[in-house]
Design a protein around this ligand. Sequence first.
Ligand code: KIV
Length: 267
Amino acid sequence: MTLSLPKPLTLSDFVRMKQCGEKISCLTAYDASFSAVMDRVGIDIMLVGDSLGMTIQGHLSTLPVTVADMVYHTRCVTHVKQRAFVIADLPFMSYPTPVIAANNAAKLMQSGGAQMVKIEGAQVEIVRSLVNQGIPVCGHLGLLPQHINQLGGYRVQGKEPKEAEQMLNAAKQLEQSGAALLVLECVPAKLAKEISLQLAIPVIGIGAGIDCDGQILVLHDVLNIGLAKRPRFSKDFLQQAGSIEAAISAFHHAVKQSQFPTLDHSF
Ligand code: KIV
């Protein structure tokens, strides 16, 4: 008897999903045990987010997270995963120039095993340079946790027409410079819908309404075990599910069936 291993997902699978209207399910993952559970239930993308600064390390923001921390957790996740696509965050101040960005992205990919890196903001030149060197990049617009000291709080972004237009333009520029996925965090649902419609690349929302091509949440919010207050856009899936694996599976199916997020989780 031969055991068939699940076929690993690639970026072209996500483009195909967008084109045929299949929602993409994503969760943050930081270790091997959860990586295995997420793979078993069929989560499409695992993001080793620098949110680990808060969820794992107990800091008040993502700023203290280092590249070495990210490599360590990315390796834990990729070590056991079979099917899901793994993205790793380039942490705060790890991409100030194209050369430094490339060196750090190489560490996440070569030592960590990440298949893509995510960077915050309209970093068009950095994205172009990474992509030219064969490094797949996921953009991240809207609320940028690495800019928290400038933003002054975790608030919805893009509410004013001028801000909304700037975000749409930034999204288009990131796509043109080669970004293959885009995360939108804490963005009005109407704006996120418009950006998702105008881009050919898949758009993954967190607090960005139902019309994005996929949804991501922080694992600790799905299980309601975070240290900070759970954000309004997230949902405790453990309460009704009864077990960790059932909660992650409930999140996955709610995303696939467009049952999450509801208006209560949107802006
Ligand atoms: O670090 C993280 O977990 C993230 C998600 C909130 C998208 O960037």
